[in-house]
Design a binder for this molecule. Structure first.
Ligand code: PMP
Length: 463
């Protein structure tokens, strides 16, 4: 294990890790890093040879599973042929043009063009600039504010981090940026009044959005950005009627809809896109994660006809489109995405996520819904969550110091399952690779159930 220790020390002394308590890591209090060394199918392996079922597909991204040689070979082929060229001034590659055409054909709304980036965060940053550009070009220079939702997640760069409706992404970092506003979370379990049905709750959330638009002045509101299914904010499918009501408000005030499909896109919900599942007609669509299943960094800001038409029409007046990265449309990432989408299509992963997902939702409910510390079991397709509360009747939360969600996640990990403790309460989240089988789903739910029972026993004993 000398080599493993050395790597741990190199890491501890040099890597600045996201979402890690820096002092506890530096001092060794939270132990050594997990050195992830390999992966196959739905499993990863660490450097000591421990195997884990990855019930979260990395960070909801490895939809096709680990170790797919077809993708590795496509990446290698492209690297041998042409490792890099840029896409400035109308340069392209076969792989990129093929991928872009494919996305325009499959994306929701009325897609026209794709701007390629490297991450969900930078794609949402691009979306904000597109909203501003579009409204400047069509003579509405005040129409710039962007509304997102409390507990929405859209990234952590300056604008995307401001769109993210979670205070711990803002604190001590001078966010949110002015002009980015937030409206209520569409979570019926926590947000509804006693006895309020989902449809009325959705109408209330839409009325709140409308009140915000009217208060700020509709001439100042450029866009509304949202995930079809709230992801990092708690894996929360929208309440019945939500998207119908929200879109009616957006249309009334000429506000663009940006669908953040970073998690939902490419099959996760059991449909090709979350927008398709919920009848959303977005003007701009953000994709990342599942686009390459995490095999390479790649994202897309997909521009709908309505916005693109204004951009092209103004081109003679304003000159070239001045926005682009060195790595926009990177050929190796494009080759990886094409190989991944071939698998998604050939193996019909959206259909599979619908069928295996229905089994998953059923099993999750069967095992968890009756447990006395479970407030809500929820999900859609291969996205699922169990939320724990101290009192089911009153919905009283556990004392945060008990760290119930984190302990259940840790107990699951000790049993060989990665299921993520999510913020905003005690929530255990699941997003397994879309290639998961029904038998593997049973194993995932069983491991999570046994981990939960273990922590329930500890809580009963006061340990
Ligand atoms: N949007 C959504 C819905 C996401 O879930 C994420 C990442 N979890 C992002 C945007 C940001 O993507 P990235 O981490 O690649 O910047």
């Amino acid at each position: 294990m000398t080599a493993v220790r050395t790597i741990a020390e190199l890491d501890r002394s040099s890597v600045l890790h996201p979402f890690t308590q820096l002092k506890d890591y530096a001092s060794g209090k939270i132990g050594d890093p997990t050195i992830v060394a390999g992966g196959k199918g739905i499993r990863i392996e660490d450097a000591q040879g421990h195997s884990y079922i990855d019930g979260f597909a990395g960070l909801y991204c490895v939809n096709i599973g680990y170790g797919r040689t077809e993708v590795a070979e496509a990446i290698a082929r492209q690297a041998y042929k042409l490792a890099y060229y840029h896409t400035y001034a109308a340069h392209t590659t076969v792989e990129l043009a093929t991928l872009s055409d494919r996305l325009v054909r499959m994306a929701p709304g009325k897609p026209s063009k794709v701007f390629f980036g490297l991450s969900g965060s930078d794609a949402n940053e691009t979306q904000a600039k597109l909203v501003w550009y579009y409204n400047n070009l069509r003579g509405q220079p005040k129409k710039k504010k962007i509304i997102s939702r409390e507990r929405g997640y859209h990234g952590c760069s300056v604008i995307s981090g401001s769109m993210t409706g979670m205070s711990f992404y803002h604190d001590h970092m001078d966010l949110p940026f002015p002009g980015i506003l937030h409206t209520g979370t569409p979570h019926h379990y926590w947000g509804a009044e006693p006895g309020e049905m989902e449809e009325s709750f959705s109408r209330r959330r839409a009325a709140e959005l409308e009140a915000l638009i009217v208060r700020e002045g509709p001439e100042t509101i450029g866009a509304f950005i949202a995930e079809p299914v709230l992801g990092t904010g708690g894996i929360t499918p929208p309440p019945a009627g939500y998207w119908h009501e929200i879109q009616a408000v957006l249309r009334r005030y000429d506000v663009l809809l940006i669908a953040d499909e970073v998690i939902c896109g490419f099959g996760r919900t059991g449909a090709d896109f979350g927008s398709t599942l919920y009848g959303m007609e977005p003007d701009l669509v953000t994709v990342a994660k599942g686009l390459t299943s995490g095999y390479m960094p790649l994202s897309g800001a997909i521009v709908g006809e309505r916005v693109y038409a204004v951009m092209e029409e103004a081109a003679e007046r304003v000159g070239s489109f001045s926005h682009g990265y060195t790595y926009s449309g990177h050929p190796i990432a494009a080759a990886a995405a094409n190989a991944v989408l071939d698998i998604v299509e050939k193996e019909r992963l959206s259909d599979r996520a619908r069928v295996v997902g229905a089994h998953f939702q059923r099993r999750l409910s069967e095992r968890f819904a009756q447990l006395e510390i479970v407030g809500e079991v929820r999900g859609v397709g291969l996205l699922g969550a169990v939320e724990f509360v101290a009192d089911r009747q009153t919905k009283r939360r556990f004392d945060p110091d008990l760290k119930v969600g984190a302990r259940i996640s840790k107990a699951a990990r000790d049993r060989g399952l990665i299921a993520r403790a999510m913020p905003h309460g005690d929530i255990l989240g699941f997003a397994p690779p879309l290639v998961v089988s029904e038998a593997e789903i049973d194993e995932i739910v069983d491991l999570a159930y046994r981990a939960t029972k273990q922590v329930m026993d500890e809580l009963a004993k006061g340990t």
